[in-house]
Ligand binder design. Structure first.
Ligand code: NAP
Length: 289
């Protein structure tokens, strides 16, 4: 599918949506683009950076007449954006609507409730990004060689799924199709739990007077992502609460095991835990890192 979108709309002109539009423009997939953001400063900055050509006053106005709509707002804002753009989408039956959100079951449910053509919606989640946010964090090369999980709802049309897959491939990503439940469980483990751990670790160390002004490599390496945006992560934790809580249980179990082994001076148990950690890390990274 090598459709060229005459008018692409971006709602949420931040780091991830901005990166996608820069990549699609470079690939010649978008002829013109219009953006809307709750922050007019972010929208204007996105225009200055060439992410979009024009800024709309509302989400509905951005989407009116669009043949591609990308939602790139914090996940819990997706429902209200869908309600706002529903009338504009109703007038465009061949539009492709997609998103970049980090959780999927709740997003798909919101889309099915609010959009007149939920069969034209296919969810996307690029497994790339950083702790930076805003249009200045946008980078045309961000998705190159990275995985993008494409998550259709049960109602999505096959052509829309193929089109969404092609879209992410043109942005440089390697696409993998996945259902929403499996997606949410997997990302709770490989993305959301690391953020839980980094936030908890940075808060625990940051509150300790003895640590002030000293930062070892271990602290730097394990807490980079603790500098991430609070609103974005609040929304992710709340919209994926079940899988995130199940993942936290696993971490709790590991912390208790390590604490017990240290308390009873059990060197063999400590070594065994670290060996299991090293093997687990290799397995998850699959030869990388
Ligand atoms: P970002 O840079 O902060 O951009 C999001 C933009 O959306 C902000 O400008 C924000 O404005 C705006 N916004 C918030 N609510 C809105 C609403 N109701 N209507 C219109 N605009 C609204 O965030 P991002 O990193 O691009 O993240 C966007 C999405 O990508 C999130 O769903 C996130 O889960 C997902 N994602 C992020 C990463 C990552 O590593 N960052 C990776 C994969 C997926 P304000 O600043 O005024 O709130």
């Amino acid at each position: 599918v090598t459709r060229v979108y005459e008018r692409a709309a971006l709602v949420g002109t931040g780091g991830i949506g901005g990166s996608l539009f820069l990549a699609l423009r470079q690939a010649g997939a978008i002829a013109s683009a219009v953006g809307f953001d709750r922050s007019t400063e972010a929208a204007e900055r996105a225009r200055a950076r060439g992410i979009v050509d024009a800024v709309a006053a509302t989400a509905a106005e951005a989407v009116r007449g669009a043949d591609l709509v990308v939602l790139a707002v914090p996940v819990r804002a997706t429902a209200e954006v869908c309600e706002a753009i529903a009338p504009s989408v109703a007038a465009a039956p061949s539009v492709l609507v997609t998103d970049v959100g980090s959780t999927k079951a709740e997003v798909l449910a919101a889309v099915e409730r609010a959009l007149p053509f939920p069969e034209r919606f296919v969810g996307g989640h690029p497994m790339a990004g950083s702790e930076r946010s805003g249009p200045d964090a946008a980078d045309a090369a961000l998705f190159r060689g990275r995985r993008c999980l494409v998550v259709p709802s049960a109602r999505a049309r096959a052509e829309a799924v193929a089109e969404c897959r092609a879209l992410w491939e043109r942005a440089g990503a390697q696409v993998e199709l996945m259902d929403a439940a499996r997606h949410d469980e997997a990302v709770a483990l490989v993305s959301h739990l690391p953020h839980v751990a980094a936030f908890a670790l940075a808060a625990a160390v940051g509150d300790a007077a003895a640590a002030e002004g000293l930062s070892g490599g271990g602290f730097v390496d394990t807490t980079r992502i603790a500098a991430s945006d609070p609103v974005m992560w609040r929304d992710i934790f709340l919209s994926n609460a079940g899988p995130v809580l199940a993942a936290i249980e696993r971490l709790d179990g590991e912390l208790s095991g390590l604490r017990r082994a240290i308390a009873r001076g059990d060197g063999a148990a400590i070594e065994a835990i670290i060996e299991r950690a090293r093997a687990g890390r290799r397995r998850v990274l699959g030869g990388r890192g």
